[in-house]
Design a protein around this ligand. Structure first.
Ligand code: ANZ
Ligand code: ZN
Length: 823
């Protein structure tokens, strides 16, 4: 039994499924189950990560279908993006043709894997039929006040000549994620979607996402980064400085009050200086008259540097708790987009402030001590060499001495005039403008008289012009395309030449699948309300933050404004682990890539699928192993041989039931119970293992004796169905061989009328019995070891016991007779 004709079997059933349209989504939906794998970027090659991702969704979709659900399991292409543009430049073609080619290749590869998609619902984001709705959504965002144009400093990759999202800038060296060039900055007018307006809801609703991995939920929480703190005013005074030649004797001048944000107002008595961001309005106005400040702001400030840098301003701030005048600096570790862009600095309790104070010879005054032992006085910490950053007990803080940090924060916020509790987020608005060709044109017309005017819905889509190979943005070079008239006043105007971040495409694509051809709206509300949320979403952990957060945000806006009844898009999320080789991620640069196509042609898709599901739990990384592939293949070959031998009458059968048939029936039940539970939880490796061991038992039984026809056949039919979600082609073939009704794809999932607990109990009993019988046989010298592995019912043990008694092995018998289950 060293093989089977996998190529013929797979070809045959792929055609038969296709002819019968077995994967069509039903129109009437009673038990909707929406199973979705993250759609791929059409790079042109399906890799092992795809194979694993899509085998998980496919096996689960097949399982749910056999359970009788109405299943939506679609596939599409995340088809815009930089690689297509770069490839087009390299090959002197255009991004569209390159993308279409890649899609064709990958679709063929997916079909060869036997993934059961409803291809009638295929979507491709670079088609005007799709991106039209990105534009439509953008105009809705504008109408709702959720989109805005702002001047913004952006990450700029000089090599790709494009703006990068923060997340596309990698590592401490801040390199471009695509080309590893060091990233710089630029000021540009950019479009933003105001995701920050949903920050609280996005954060709070994470608590309800019980079907998501904790790690992903925590990553989302950290990304949103909500922090409670205090905002409080500091009076700023101009103290004339001698070197400026100004008169030292005059009265200080009031400069106004500046708000600072702090999470540690309990440390306010230790605030020994005040710091402003380089682009704080006060810093900018000082820069006009003070050459030191100007030089710092324009040249020296380096927010990404290892050390905090700053320049004294000659201003002082009044500490509202102590009334003390403290110096004001402009410092590059203060960020204008965090809090208020100004902070009270406490060198004794904050690391950056400490480093800055050391550098500039400023006072380091400890005001919080570690919590003392009960009944003891707090010991003021030594903060000369490092800050003490934890909460503790206040010292050097006047009437607040002895309070714990938390209580002190509440008191001080209440006591300081003008202080208020405040919340601050790490999350920023979503900048979606990209200076790139291969994306959705932002549907805006710039008119000198009317400003930025949205393109009316009737005029959508704004289609991309033909690609031209230039160094900059091809849309800027498309003179004819750019020239247009203003939708408001009819005057001459120019089109916006930026395109959208491709994360816009993927932030709602799961909704397009419910009505992919709809011409009036991005999605059919009723169908979306039926199918959504996605029951099971599967994809890579690299999308744990942005894609999932943007999708959640857009879903919430659609619930608020477009009649969607769901506020969360993905009910259950599985982040699949990596397929590695010798512990390393497969990558072209490491030269350790195993091609799925090679495996499919040598062993078949079923083997590739079985191996990837069997190797580990879906969340775990696992190592590719040729040996593992071969053993998966050998298993499928043995299964085929067994079923075919049985169907061809090559296995001797009897009508007479007996202990072996009983045993087999309960093993079959057990396999159903375990596999069902494990498929429900997407623990495919365990589900498969159960079915495989049932097949092993059947093979032993057949070796041993004439098999009980009815229970043997039922066991075969069960094994084939339990394995069908993972190895669909060969199971379809064997289902036919067994005379099953219709396709196994549509067959009913086998039922069992026992539960897991009973199964486990029985298994333990069987194990004990088997152990006992082994001993008996050993001592009695019964030469029939095969039989032990099969015949392990208590009834048979008695039989074996009798043999043992006959053969006079008193010690073992005596020992065995002590046990309850034998007496
Ligand atoms: C006083 C203080 C004392 C602070 C102390 C911290 C520790 P994290 O660091 O994540 O807790 N901050 C406020 N505005 C800022 C800005 N625009 N740019 C950079 N840093 C800013 O964030 C909160 C702290 O960051 C705030 O609390 C403030 O320093 C600083 F022992 O205020 B703290
Ligand atoms: Zn106009």
């Amino acid at each position: 039994d060293d093989g089977y004709d996998h190529a013929a079997v797979e070809r045959r059933w792929q055609e038969a499924w296709d002819d019968a349209s077995v994967y069509r989504t039903p129109d009437d939906v009673e038990d909707p189950t929406y199973v979705l794998g993250m759609y791929p970027y059409p790079s042109g090659q399906l890799h092992m990560g795809h194979v694993r991702n899509y085998t998980i969704t496919d096996a689960y979709a097949r399982y749910r279908r056999m359970r009788g659900d109405d299943v939506l399991h679609p596939m599409g292409w995340d088809a815009f993006g930089l690689p297509a543009e770069n490839a087009a430049k390299e090959r002197d073609t255009n991004p569209r043709d390159w993308t279409v080619d890649c899609i064709e290749t990958m679709k063929g590869q997916m079909e060869s894997m036997g993934f059961g998609y409803d291809w009638d619902r295929e979507i491709t984001t670079c088609t005007p039929e799709y991106y039209r709705w990105n534009q439509w959504l953008f105009v809705r965002f504008l109408e709702e006040g959720l989109a805005e144009r702002r001047d913004a400093e952006v990450n700029w990759c000089p090599e790709c000549e494009t703006v990068l999202a923060d997340e596309q800038v990698e590592g401490d060296d801040e390199l471009c994620w695509r080309c590893d060039t060091p990233v710089g900055t630029r000021d540009l007018e950019q479009w933003f979607l105001k995701i920050t307006e949903y920050a609280d809801e996005l954060l709070d609703d994470i608590d309800d996402l019980a079907g998501w991995p904790d790690s992903v939920r925590q990553m989302q929480r950290n990304w949103i980064g909500r922090q409670g703190g205090t905002e409080l005013p500091f009076e700023i005074t101009e103290t004339p400085r001698a070197p400026d030649g100004r008169d030292e004797g005059t009265e200080p001048q009031a400069y106004g009050s500046v708000e600072a944000f702090t999470t540690r107002v309990d440390t306010i008595h230790g605030a020994t200086f005040f710091a402003l961001a380089p682009d704080h309005p006060i810093s900018e106005s000082l820069a006009e008259t003070d050459p030191d400040v100007r030089r710092f702001v324009e040249e020296e400030a380096d927010p990404d540097g290892d050390e905090p840098n700053g320049v004294a301003t000659g201003l002082t701030a009044t500490n509202p708790a102590t009334g003390e005048a403290i110096p004001v600096y402009v410092a590059d570790f203060v960020l204008s987009e965090v809090g208020t862009g100004a902070l009270m600095a406490v060198p004794a309790h904050d690391e950056r402030d400490h480093a800055f104070a050391k550098k500039n010879g400023l006072e380091i005054r400890p005001v919080v001590a570690p919590e003392p032992e009960a009944g003891e006085e707090p010991t003021v910490p030594d903060v000369e060499s490092a800050a003490f950053t934890e909460d503790g007990v206040l010292v050097n803080s006047g009437t607040y001495d002895g309070l714990d940090s938390e209580t002190a924060r509440d008191r001080l916020t209440a006591d300081i005039e003008g202080a208020e509790t405040a919340t601050q987020y790490r999350l920023r608005d979503w900048g979606i403008s990209r200076q790139r060709y291969w994306g959705t044109p932002i549907p805006i017309v710039h008119c000198e008289a009317c400003g930025a005017v949205p393109v009316p819905d009737e005029a959508l889509p704004v289609e991309l012009p033909e690609f031209v190979n230039t160094t900059g943005n091809p849309l800027d070079a498309a003179e004819e395309w750019k020239r247009t008239t203003c939708p408001d006043c009819g005057g001459d105007a120019e089109r916006e030449t930026d395109t959208m971040d491709t994360f816009v495409d993927s932030s709602w694509y799961f909704l397009r699948y419910v009505s992919p051809e709809l011409d009036e709206a991005p999605f059919d509300r009723e169908r979306a309300n039926d199918w959504m949320p996605v029951d099971q979403y599967v994809g890579g952990i690299e999308h744990a933050v942005m894609h999932l957060l943007y999708s959640r945000f857009v879903t919430k806006t659609l619930a608020d404004h477009e009649g969607l009844d769901h506020r969360e898009p993905f009910e259950n999320l599985l982040a699949q682990g990596m397929v590695q080789l010798e512990g390393e991620k497969m990558s072209k640069s490491k030269g350790n890539v195993v091609s799925p196509q090679a495996i499919v042609s040598e062993y078949g898709a079923d083997t590739a699928r079985l191996f990837t599901m069997q190797a580990a739990q879906p969340e775990r990384d696992f190592d590719w192993s040729e040996q593992g592939v071969q053993s998966a293949y050998a298993f499928l070959a043995r299964l085929s041989e067994l079923v075919e031998a049985y169907a061809a009458g090559g296995i001797e059968t009897t009508d007479e039931a007996g202990p072996i048939a009983d045993y087999l029936e309960s093993e079959t039940e057990a396999a159903v119970v375990v596999a069902t539970e494990e498929y429900d939880e997407l623990v495919f490796n365990t589900a498969v293992r159960g079915a495989q061991s049932l097949v092993g038992t059947l093979r032993q039984y057949r070796e041993y004796a004439a098999v009980h026809g009815e229970s043997f056949e039922r066991a075969l039919s069960v094994a084939v169905r339990l394995l069908a979600p993972v190895a669909p082609h060969v199971c379809e073939e064997l289902w036919e061989t067994l005379g099953g009704d219709g396709f196994v794809v549509d067959a009913a999932w086998p039922e069992a009328d026992t539960d897991r607990e009973t199964v486990e109990k029985r298994r333990r009993l069987v194990e004990n019995t088997r152990e006992d019988v082994r001993q008996i046989v050993d001592v009695a010298g019964i030469d029939d070891p095969e039989r032990i592995d099969i015949v392990v019912t208590p009834a048979w043990k008695h039989e074996a016991l009798n043999v043992a008694i006959d053969s006079d092995a008193p010690n073992v018998i005596g020992e065995l007779m002590q046990r309850d289950d034998i007496k």
